[in-house]
Design a protein around this ligand. Sequence first.
Ligand code: GTP
Ligand code: MG
Length: 303
Amino acid sequence: MVFGWVKKLKKGLSKSSSKISEGINTIIKGKKIDEKIIEEFEELLISSDLGVKFSSEVANKLRSKKLIDSSTEKVKILISEMLIEILKPLENKRKTISPLHIILVVGVNGAGKTATVGKIANKFLSEKKKVGVVAADTFRAAAKEQLKIWADRTNSSFFSGEEFSDPAALCFESIKKAQDMGLNFLIVDTAGRLHNKKDLMDELSKIIRVIKKLDEKFPHEVVLVLDGNIGQNSIKQAEIFKEICSINSIIITKLDGTAKGGVLVPIAQQLSIPISYIGVGEQKEDLLDFNADNFSKALLDIN
Ligand SMILES: Nc1nc2c(ncn2[C@@H]2O[C@H](COP(=O)(O)OP(=O)(O)OP(=O)(O)O)[C@@H](O)[C@H]2O)c(=O)[nH]1
Ligand SMILES: [Mg+2]
């Protein structure tokens, strides 16, 4: 089981890790680490989306360590230790104290929200929990159908409204039904919103405002889904969402399709929002708990 999980993580991050790992091999190639090599490292890390801050920290560490007998492995371990230090505090520990735990999933168009809602439902289901999903994107018929497929795939209860109906009212009603049904988790899939579209952002605030009328603690979590392919633009997106609601955790999707997996580092350094999961594929099992040690080792291709 654990082996399968690590294998999935390594495979999911292989585009990112091969860029970094092959880059390190090419730069070192048995040479002594001098200033020129350190600068090449710094460039490699920046171009792998690890961020300017972290990349210069690594460069400074290499300078101060004065590694003379530089093996590729030693450099990778040094970098991975620095990564773990930054990423460890961002491991997300979910606290579920309410009988019905409500998660609102937000993000821009196409980030992977609906697929992620399905994958989260699948996780809870495998823990023998009773799960419901809400199609709060009422403006697109296809959005509802797409979530229905995920609901069927994961045996989740499905809540939806008429086309163009008010998403906030739908959420309100769905929560009441979910409480009556004794569900443990309710995951709300919201419409993809361009962060510069004020009306959609207002709609999101309204959903939150309305469901708080049932209980001030609702929703227990707001999860922001970010597409790994957009690299450091995710930081800007997150900051805009943060202005209208408090984000409890981030999920980075599509890491399997990008070499920008290093972006978790500047996200960690600049946003200090926990990372709950990472998405590494389109199947229901392709969502992995975020673990700093395993992520860092996989990213650097260390066993
Ligand atoms: N390879 C890969 N594809 C993913 C992942 N997560 C989502 N996708 C795919 O990305 C595409 C968009 O995902 P959706 O879940 O529809 O995205 P969304 O945010 O709900 O989109 P809108 O509702 O239009 O805003 C779909 O084809 C998904 O299967 C992932 O981790 N890896
Ligand atoms: Mg969607």
